[in-house]
Each structure stands twice: as C-alpha cells, then as structure tokens.
Design a protein around this ligand. Structure first.
Ligand SMILES: C[S@@+](CC[C@H](N)C(=O)[O-])C[C@H]1O[C@@H](n2cnc3c(N)ncnc32)[C@H](O)[C@@H]1O
Length: 431
C-alpha cells in the first residue's frame, strides 16, 4: 500500500508492505489526475516496501514511473531494497530517469524519451539475428533505437547497422541517440519496403541479418498530435509518415460505407463492422469526423453496450484497423520479406516480431512460401514455376515473451518472434 505525505518541499509517496495491482493502479490514477498539479519534487519512498506482489503490480508501477518521467518535473526514488532494485534496473530505470537533453523533444515542449519504448525480446533478437559480429545488419523499424542499441552492443568495431524508419520523430530520436556517438550506424528515413534500393544507394551487396519489429512504438502512441490514441482528443491522423498518404480522417470521411466495413472486418476483425461503418457514414453527413474522440464516441454509440468488450475500449479494433489501412502495414510486411530475402547473404537471418495474429499469419505464410519455393498446384506432376526454396524457417513455432519480460513490459505480452535463414544455394543477390 502507499500513503501520500506532504513535506516541506516535496510530496512523498510512501510504500509499505506489499504492493498489489489495485494499489499501484490507484497510484497511477493519482499521477494521471494530479501529477501535473503537484509543485516541487515527488519522492517515491520504497524503504518500507517489502515486495511487489506480481507482474500486474509491477506493470502498473512501471507505468507510474513513465508518467512521472513524462511530467518532466523533478522527482526522486529512495529506499530501494535489492528486490525492487532488480525490478527497476531491469526496466532500465537508471537510464530512463538519468537521460538528458539528447532525447528530449523540444518541439513538443515535453519529455519524449526514446527509452519510453522498451525493445521487445531484445536478447532473443540479438541471439538469433547476429551470427557474425563483424557483419552488416538492417533494423527496418528503428523506432526509439532500442533494438539498434542492443545490436550495436553485440557488433564488433567492424560491424555495421542500417537503421530505417518512415517516421520523422523516430528518426530524430535515433539521430540524437546515435549520431556522433557511434559511426557504425547509418540512419535512413524511408519505407522499409524500399530496402533494396536503399542498400544499392549505400553500395551494400548483401546483408547478414534483417530485423523487423512491426507495429507502433510507444513514442508514436504517447506523443501528442499523432492521432493513434483515443485517450486524448486530437486530429485523426495515424500516419507514421506524415508527409505521405491519406489520414484516418480522410478514410472515414471519404470511403464508401462498404469500404469502411471491409477495413474494419479485414484489419480489425470487428464483429460490429456493419453497424460502425453505418454510424460513421450517418454522422459524417452533418460534419466531417476529424478527431480521435469524435470517432471513438461514434464507435461506442454504434456498438450495443451489452456487447462492449470487457478488457478493451469498444473503439480499439476500429482504431487498429484504420491504422493498418492508413499505413498499409500488412502489405508492407509481406513486401519487405520478398525484398529482404533477396538482400540476405547465404545463412543471413530474418527476424520478425509481430504483435497480433494478422501480422503473424503473414510472416508465417510468407516464410513458409519462401521455404517451399515451388508454387505450382499440388496435383501438377512436374514443377512449371521453377521457383526454388530461398529460406529455411528456424523457429517452427514463434518464440514468445517470457513471463519475466511481460512483468517488466506488459505491452510485450502479445509479441511473437519468427526467424528464418537464407539458404546457401540459389543465391540471387540483385542489389
Ligand atoms: C515497434 S516500433 C520499433 C521499435 C524499435 N524496435 C525499438 O526498439 O525502439 C515500429 C517502428 O517501425 C516504423 N515503421 C512501421 N512501418 C514502417 C515502414 N513500412 N517503413 C519504415 N518504418 C516503419 C514505425 O514508424 C515505428 O517507429
């Protein structure tokens, strides 16, 4: 449990005994509602805390720490025993709270930390991806640079990493994090589906490994004005690359009802796609739907309350579907596998982390197709397509996050890692 004590120049949150999930949630709500109004330093005093009950409690506590960090004002953590220290140090709390201006987002006036995005399955990624520490690797989804930092840690001075992201914020953060500090990394702002032309530009003939960590980074979700989240009211944008393509607002206001329904079914697996798309089209007749909350409210009103999902907001699937459509996420994953396999050297590795079944299915099926080679119908007596196997799947079943990792980073709970290796024969590098 915790209590709040007002001291001379600080507000102290004192923890005692065992911290369970509901206590940690109360604290989180307290920070959410009141954090910005507290003047002076916030002190978290763990001296009397014996233990954090379980991973749910730890997850909530971690989110409290993020909120504190985001608040930008001074705070201190005191009285940490070895158990709690272990939990906190495992989530990178030292670096999280020790970070300085190199990761501050001055444009936003807030503190956007690259470390707010915790890389998922970091040790599994480096283990499966890096066979030659002096090799050339690609991180297709640089994000906050968490995986990139882990890869650079393992690479020898002769190794090289190409980091790609289509999001300007991610690129800015990665540049501030690495440029001038590590000359083994090239940072490129582009769509990863252009991987081979990017390698051509760098005169790289083949690479030893490619990492793709699909989906959004916490930075994108948490930064204001991106339109990915319905937790705040903001323009309904959702583009990872804000210089290109239609926004989510464009889609909901311009597509036909049947097209919106199709997106919600295909990318959101939304049971109430028909009702939601109908309601969207009804509402947009009066005025353009332009913010996240407007859309969330329309979706909530379209789904009967008795059918609201228990664990997620009724608009979650709609937001997921629109985000996937806006950024063409699933097609991009498929394309980059076909592109990447051509860029891999023999025995080079492809590691892909996905966060939901739609993404994972694409990776699984595309890897399987490239492992099989021939695409002729099964009843053809001889192969007419002439396609040869290019990959060997290393992970028959996807690797999943450990309980320990989920405890430290609850957002990693649904992550799956699949790994495939370029075959030695029939190498046809074309970059
Ligand atoms: C889950 S985050 C990656 C986080 C990163 N691995 C880390 O440890 O910080 C996914 C990132 O991929 C980027 N991304 C998604 N699709 C992309 C694409 N087609 N081309 C380039 N970057 C893309 C997003 O902008 C986002 O920054």
């Amino acid at each position: 449990m915790y209590s709040r004590l007002l001291e001379r120049d600080c507000v102290k949150f004192r923890f005692e005994g065992v911290l369970n999930k509901s206590e940690a949630s109360l604290l989180k709500d307290d920070f959410k509602r009141n954090g910005n109004h507290i003047n002076g330093t916030i002190v978290l005093d763990f001296a009397r805390l014996k233990r954090i009950l379980d991973y749910n409690a730890a997850g909530e506590l971690i989110e409290c720490l993020y909120l504190l960090k985001k608040r930008g004002a001074p705070f201190a953590i005191t009285g940490i025993n070895s158990d709690i220290k272990r939990v906190l140090s495992m989530i990178g709390v030292n670096s999280l709270f020790g970070i300085s201006s190199d990761v501050e987002d001055s444009q936003n006036g807030g503190s956007m930390s690259s470390l707010l995005h915790m890389p998922v399955m970091e040790s599994e990624v480096t283990k499966y991806l890096i066979k030659d520490t002096g090799g050339v690797y690609i991180d297709c989804t640089l994000g906050g640079g968490g995986h990139a930092a882990a890869i650079l840690k393992v690479l020898s001075p002769g190794g090289r990493l190409i980091g790609i992201d289509r999001d300007k914020d991610a690129i800015d953060i990665a540049r501030r994090r690495f440029c001038g500090k590590d000359n083994r990394i090239d940072i490129l702002r582009d769509n990863y589906t252009n991987l081979r032309s990017l390698l051509n530009g760098l005169k790289i003939k083949g690479v030893d490994g490619i990492l793709l960590d699909a989906g959004l980074s916490s930075i994108q979700i948490e930064k204001q004005g991106r339109g990915f989240s319905f937790q705040r009211d903001e323009p309904l944008d959702m583009r990872m690359d804000r210089t290109y393509g239609k926004t989510a607002a464009d889609l909901v206001n311009e597509l036909k009802e049947s097209e919106i329904k199709g997106i919600l079914i295909e990318y959101g697996e939304e049971r109430f796609a028909g009702r939601i798309s109908r309601e969207i089209c009804k509402k947009r007749r009066f005025s353009r739907i332009s913010t996240t909350m407007e859309l969330a409210e329309i979706v909530s009103s379209a789904v009967p309350v008795r059918n609201w999902p228990k664990k997620i907001h009724p608009a979650t699937r709609t937001f997921q579907a629109l985000r996937i459509a806006v950024n063409d996420e699933l097609n991009n994953i498929e394309k980059v596998i076909f592109e990447g396999v051509q860029a891999l050297k023999p025995l080079g590795r492809f590691c892909i982390i996905t966060f939901h079944s739609l993404e994972d299915r694409i990776v699984k099926n595309t890897f399987a197709l490239l492992q099989k080679g021939c695409t002729c119908p099964v009843d053809m007596p001889v192969c007419a397509c002439g396609k040869k196997p290019l990959l060997k799947v290393i992970t028959k079943k996807p690797l999943k996050t450990s309980d320990k990792e989920v405890m430290l980073n609850p957002k990693a709970r649904s992550a799956k890692l699949r790994v495939a290796e370029r075959l030695v024969k029939d190498v046809t590098h074309s970059c």
